[in-house]
Design a binder for this molecule. Structure first.
Ligand code: MN3
Length: 236
């Protein structure tokens, strides 16, 4: 058997050490490594029970959506990061570099972030109308909340195939649009940009068990889950 050369051994050791250091969170101690720790995505704890959004979103859909679909996006993007391919410091950094990501990293980072956002932008006994600054902005931009809902619904219905519809704040203005797949308005690669205030998942996995092909009914009932307090927080 050919003995492993010292040179190769050293080279491999460095690789292993580098890979390990990438996954070790930095501390302020004496052993801190200059290389920044890569940002890893995580799945937020669902802020309510699987059945809490009934009858608008059924418990089975919520459970599968959260424990299977969302969990998979988080795992898959972190696998890409762990493979040492994408080292960024936070979500913002990740998405402003979206155009440089692999398809796997881009799709799954979007899926990880979008669903964390989605769970928070809904709540049990949601709906109603926002108040304060965001309400003024809605009336100023769209004329009324009803008009906003009409335009947003049009964006959700008009998204062919899988994707998301969004209400965003962009350069001081409210805008409505949609993105394909798991793209989001924070990505540099997205044509529709802004800070998301509301977002609806219009992938069939988000509604098919209860609504089958009736995306329009899902979107109409989804308004009853909207957490306007969360949208307001993100606007101010
Ligand atoms: Mn989904």
């Amino acid at each position: 058997m050919k003995p492993i050369s010292r040179r190769k051994f050293v080279k491999d050791s460095i690789k292993v050490t580098a890979a390990a250091s990438l996954l070790t969170p930095l501390t302020s101690g004496a052993f801190a490594i200059a290389e920044p720790a890569p940002f890893l995505f995580s799945q937020i704890a669902l802020p309510y029970a699987f059945n809490a959004l009934e009858p608008n979103i059924d418990a089975m859909t919520m459970e599968i959506h959260y424990t299977k679909h969302h969990a998979a996006y988080v795992k898959n993007v972190n696998d890409e990061i762990a493979a040492g391919k994408f080292v960024y410091e936070n979500e913002k950094d990740f998405f402003t570099n979206a155009s440089k990501l692999s398809a796997k990293a881009k799709n799954n980072s979007g899926g990880a972030w979008n669903h964390n956002f989605f769970w928070q932008i809904m709540k049990p006994n949601g709906g109603g109308a926002p108040t304060g600054k965001i309400s003024e902005a809605i009336n100023g931009t769209f004329g009324s909340l009803e008009k906003l809902k009409e335009e947003f619904t049009k964006a959700a219905m008009g998204r062919f195939g899988s994707g998301w519809a969004w209400l965003v704040s962009h350069e001081g203005k409210l805008k409505i649009g949609s993105t394909a797949n798991q793209d989001n308005p924070l990505m540099d690669s997205s044509e529709f940009k802004g800070v998301p205030l509301l977002g609806i998942d219009v992938w069939e996995h988000a509604y098919y068990l209860k609504y089958q092909n009736k995306r329009n009914e899902y979107v109409a009932n989804w308004w009853n889950t909207v957490n306007w307090d969360e949208a307001t927080k993100r606007f101010s």
